[in-house]
Design a protein around this ligand. Structure first.
Ligand SMILES: Nc1ncnc2c1ncn2[C@@H]1O[C@H](COP(=O)(O)OP(=O)(O)O)[C@@H](O)[C@H]1O
Ligand SMILES: NC(=O)OP(=O)(O)O
Length: 313
């Protein structure tokens, strides 16, 4: 039976080692070949993607070019720019991959604003890593020069961190519903969505980068999705990750996951937000399930052969 699926694409689905546009387009093309299988199987597909490396790189490009004639843009506009560029790569690659399978379907990426609370404590406490990984020495030099806050990111190096408020609403979610109901593959809330706060009868941008897993979770809730599928670099969520007794989670309840969180089983900045986003969707949706797994495994999900972590009430 046809399912409504929101897929959140992890970093390795877009960016491998080389940050050129060509290399990212190549990575996205491979990703699209996997995503097409969901459409071939008759499911309605909404795709969300990250932008952490890309928006951080764009921030550096803007800072390098900054002048009176060519001023750097604020972070909300940079998020919009990455939403546009990555959305374009994905839209183009998905259309090609569908055509290769003989499927004529429109793919559209939607500029999506995500409302946040201007009083969110995240604005006082930046936690979202963006941009390239630096050595500890280089990160400390950047901080001494007043270039923001840098933290160690899950054992992978030091990265700049920015405010990452929780999404409260996806402004354009009714449009996403219309597009899906019209049979279009829809890319939405890319890069976690453009962060906005309400102003008068409308919205204005605010400087932040929203976590794409939380944005995908909110979108999945609002469009009443059957599945939130969070794709990342591993097939399963593990407890005792990286230790000799690490154990993969297959079917896991919200209550069990909350117990593991209280035991600090999941690293902030990598697996913790995914687990929290999965919990939020399962708790807030009627009958929705959340899956955390790799792109390669996700396609085997509905045949029952996939090695995935499934979160249920
Ligand atoms: N408890 C855990 N279980 C599984 N993977 C974990 C765990 N803790 C950290 N990880 C690592 O976190 C990665 C996912 O975080 P990250 O790479 O930041 O996400 P993204 O795929 O969205 O870019 C996994 O690929 C894995 O290497
Ligand atoms: N916005 C966001 O969460 O991006 P990454 O997944 O690339 O960090």
């Amino acid at each position: 039976m046809s399912k409504k699926i929101v897929v959140a694409l992890g970093g390795n689905a877009i960016l491998t080692d080389v940050p050129t546009a060509k290399a990212q387009k190549d990575a996205v093309r491979q990703t699209a070949e996997y995503l097409v299988n969901f459409v071939q199987d008759g499911h309605d597909l909404i795709v969300t993607h990250g932008n952490g490396p890309q928006v951080g790189n764009l921030l550096l490009q803007n800072a390098a070019a900054d002048s009176e004639k060519n001023p750097a843009f604020e972070l909300d506009s940079l998020v919009a720019m990455t939403q546009g560029s990555i959305g374009y790569w994905l839209q183009n690659a998905m259309r090609q991959a569908l055509a290769d399978e003989g499927i004529e379907k429109q793919v559209v990426s939607l500029v999506t604003q995500v409302q946040v609370d201007p009083k969110d404590s995240a604005f006082e406490n930046p936690t979202k890593p963006i941009g390239p990984f630096l050595s500890e020495e280089d990160a400390k030099t950047e901080m001494d020069q007043g270039n923001g806050t840098f933290v160690e990111d899950a054992g992978r190096g030091w990265r700049k961190v920015v405010a990452s408020p929780k999404p409260q609403n996806i402004v354009e979610y009714p449009v996403v519903e219309s597009l899906i109901n019209s049979g279009f593959v829809t890319i939405s809330a890319g890069g976690g969505g453009i962060p906005v706060v309400s102003e008068g009868k409308g919205y204005k941008g605010i400087e932040a980068v929203i976590d794409k897993d939380f944005a995908a979770s909110k979108l999945a809730e609002l469009v009443d999705a059957d599945y939130l599928i969070i794709l990342t670099g591993v097939n399963n969520v593990f407890v005792n990750w990286g230790k000799p007794d690490q154990t993969k989670l297959e079917d896991v309840t919200v209550a069990e996951l909350k117990k593991y969180i209280s035991e600090d089983q999941f690293a902030p900045g990598s697996m913790l937000p995914k687990v929290e986003a999965a919990i939020e969707f399962v708790e807030n949706s009627k009958n929705g399930k959340a899956i955390i797994t790799s792109l390669e495994n996700a396609n085997k999900l509905f045949s029952g052969e996939g090695d995935v972590t499934t979160v249920v009430k």
